[in-house]
Design a protein around this ligand. Structure first.
Ligand code: PLP
Length: 409
């Protein structure tokens, strides 16, 4: 396949994935089910087929059917997901990847160069920090860490140095800190700095960073968008065409694309996202309130609690709930936290989040072990809960019995 052919097909996809403005007035739930999901023109299949093909027949050299030539560059199932996700986000473009980290890597490599600097929130997914510290820093990109929830600190940092990008997770992983996206974007843009929001915890149902001024949004679609703990994927959402083209070029050049089956699972997940997130949020709020009154608990971090320092911002910035993630610090310390994580029956001890089933993990030893000894280190008495959509009374009973067993042990 010639480079020219690849570039041609990538730009064809650009027009295919741009959300059609005439449909943007529809409800997000409608867009999730119908955008990019037209019945198959040949068979009438209501569900987008899994186009499990690496390559496409050409009608004479360069005679591509609808721009399809090779599945690293373009694939109809991936296109269907890109179109659906762009519409749900209200972005012009979605580009989907083989993992959340692949999406982050390609977005940053496409938009940064050696000598640039990035300002990173001081509470982010450990893998994001590892990618920056172990891959981007040796490549020549400077990484500085700031409490991104503190707009005065952000302002001071941006006044001292030119940063190409400020990286925001809100709610952050794992401390559930809340950053005011609108205020951060205003400060950043005044300094010519782009704002990227990792919106994985909130999902496009609860939070719309592009509307609030962010320049790009990333997702691990492995989490709420896939929603069933059966697919690893990622996405970059943006509306600026030039940046989209740079990201699309590197995605094709480097090749971290999802399989058609991955895209199909993400399409199915996204259709029910709004319903699931509503239930995740209701369950999590009830559990957070219960945890707050528990004698074994030192502190609960959940943005839906009025005691949370970012509650007012979250109430304004998140729409219809505060999500399914809770972090909780236990009075008994690391040993008790680990004992609780090992004693739950419905909460499965596992990394990841956002699936229908509840998960529990010990960030210091699991998802965030790579930030030990850095400014992002997390407390070792911390447990992170990904609250599923089971019956909430059963989940509370499970935590209660786990606390009791950990106390005895
Ligand atoms: N962003 C956040 C907030 C995450 O929690 C994760 C993974 O846990 C990622 C990005 C990376 O996603 P993936 O595991 O799909 O590469």
């Amino acid at each position: 396949m010639s480079a020219t052919t690849t570039e041609t097909s990538v730009s064809t996809t650009a027009s295919a994935t741009a959300a059609r403005p005439e449909h943007q007035s529809r409800a997000q739930a409608t867009l999730a089910i119908h955008s990019g999901q037209e019945p198959d023109p040949i068979t009438g299949a209501v569900v987008t087929p899994i186009y499990m093909t690496s390559t496409f027949k050409q009608d004479g050299v360069g005679g591509l059917r609808h721009g399809y030539d090779y599945s690293r560059s373009v694939n109809p199932t991936r296109d269907a997901f890109d179109t659906q996700l762009a519409a749900v986000e209200g972005a012009r473009y979605a580009l989907t990847f083989s993992s959340g980290l692949a999406a982050i890597d390609v977005l940053l490599r496409a938009t940064l160069k050696p000598g640039d600097a990035i300002l990173l929130g001081d509470d982010v997914y450990g893998g994001t920090y590892r990618l920056l510290a172990k891959v981007f820093v040796p490549w020549g990109v400077r990484v500085d860490v700031v409490d991104v929830t503190d707009t005065a600190a952000v302002s001071a940092a941006l006044s001292q140095r030119r940063y190409a990008v400020i990286w925001v997770e809100t709610p952050s992983n794992p401390m559930l800190r809340i950053t005011d996206i609108r205020a951060t974007a205003a400060i950043a843009h005044a300094h010519g700095t782009r704002v990227v929001v990792d919106n994985t915890f909130a999902s496009p149902v609860l939070q719309h960073p592009l509307e609030d001024g962010a320049d790009a949004v990333v997702y691990s679609t492995t989490k709420y968008i896939g929603g069933h703990s059966d697919v690893v994927g990622g996405a970059v959402l943006l509306s600026d065409e030039a940046t989209r083209d740079e990201v699309a070029f590197l995605q094709n050049a480097a090749g971290a694309v999802p399989s058609p089956f991955d895209s199909w699972l993400d399409i199915r997940g996204l259709k029910t996202l709004a319903l699931r997130v509503q239930r995740h949020s209701e369950n999590a709020l009830a559990i957070a309130q219960w945890l707050e009154g528990h004698t074994d608990v030192e502190h609960v971090w959940y943005p839906g609690l009025t005691s949370h320092p970012g509650h007012e911002i979250a109430a304004r910035q998140m729409h219809g709930g505060f999500g399914g993630m809770i972090s909780v610090q236990l009075r008994g310390g690391a040993a008790v936290a680990k004992a609780v994580a090992g004693a739950t029956e419905l909460f499965t001890l596992a990394e990841s989040l956002g699936g229908v089933e509840s998960l529990i993990e010990h960030p210091a030893a699991m998802t965030h072990s790579s930030v030990a000894g850095t400014a992002l280190q997390v407390p070792d008495n911390l447990l992170r809960l990904s609250v599923g959509i089971e019956g909430v009374d059963d989940l509370i009973a499970d935590l209660e019995q786990a606390f009791a067993r950990a106390r005895v042990a």
